[in-house]
Design a protein around this ligand. Structure first.
Ligand SMILES: Nc1nc2c(ncn2[C@@H]2O[C@H](COP(=O)(O)OP(=O)(O)OP(=O)(O)O)[C@@H](O)[C@H]2O)c(=O)[nH]1
Ligand SMILES: [Mg+2]
Length: 218
């Protein structure tokens, strides 16, 4: 007997992802999927990007967490339309959840939506959610071997953010190792060195997002 369950779920997710993408395109919205380990600095990065991009774009945020609404409260405190998506145990967000929650945002009044995916270096990369852009974070304290150990997360992304770059002097982190491995699995995608805490490096990333958002809207 042929067992196809996994493929069917993945195919179904791809179909819904395309529907979400088309729906966002009809509103001229660019959605950005922010992925990385728990604590890599996803919420901090989104917060910092909001500060840099809010004069150019109308921004909304979907905060994905297994439970709670701590991060959504952080973002909503900035005056940004925010919805919390709790997966109740699932380790990634699927397109159907985004499709379900999108009408909770004021879509006619937005240009950019950041989605903070569940903290995880494995599953989120496998599920498209209708995004136009993917950002993968790797923070310095996590170690320099992650591209080798979790290749899909670094292959299937539009850019890599080395976050907590301010921590580089304090960790035994071989930056060249990461650059070389990333260059091998994803040679055309840029790498940004960022401190979400100080804001160093955030402008280059913001310009990259602005250019991609402009392209996806035109
Ligand atoms: N030094 C330093 N600390 C940072 C930086 N970015 C984030 N942090 C700290 O790292 C911790 C985790 O940051 P968050 O932004 O909450 O990380 P997250 O990826 O959203 O975490 P989860 O939502 O739990 O997966 C916090 O204490 C932040 O202040 C950075 O660039 N430099
Ligand atoms: Mg967070």
């Amino acid at each position: 007997m042929e067992i196809k369950v996994l493929h069917q779920i993945m195919d179904w997710n791809e179909d819904v992802s395309e529907e979400v993408k088309a729906s966002l395109a009809s509103h001229n919205i660019c959605m950005i999927n922010v992925m990385g380990s728990p604590g890599a600095g996803k919420t901090s990065l989104i917060t910092s990007l909001i500060g840099t991009l809010k004069d150019r774009f109308r921004i909304g945020v979907i905060e994905g967490d297994i439970a709670g609404q701590v991060d959504a409260e952080r973002i909503a405190g900035l005056g940004i339309p925010t919805v919390q998506l709790n997966t109740d145990g699932a380790c990634h967000i699927e397109a159907m959840s985004i499709q379900h929650i999108l009408p909770s945002l004021p879509l006619d009044d937005l240009d950019l939506i950041f989605v903070e995916n569940i903290g995880n270096l494995v599953c989120p990369a496998e599920f498209r959610i209708g995004e136009s852009l993917r950002i993968t974070l790797l923070s310095i304290p996590e170690g320099d071997d992650k591209v080798e150990k979790y290749p899909l997360m670094f292959t299937d992304t539009d850019c890599l953010v080395l976050n907590k770059y301010d921590m580089l002097p304090y960790f035994d982190f071989d930056e060249q190792r990461v650059c070389s491995n990333y260059g091998t699995v994803n040679p055309d995608a840029p790498l940004f060195r960022v401190s979400s805490r100080s804001g160093d490096g955030i402008c280059d990333l913001a310009d990259f997002i602005a250019e991609k958002a402009g392209n996806s809207q035109s």
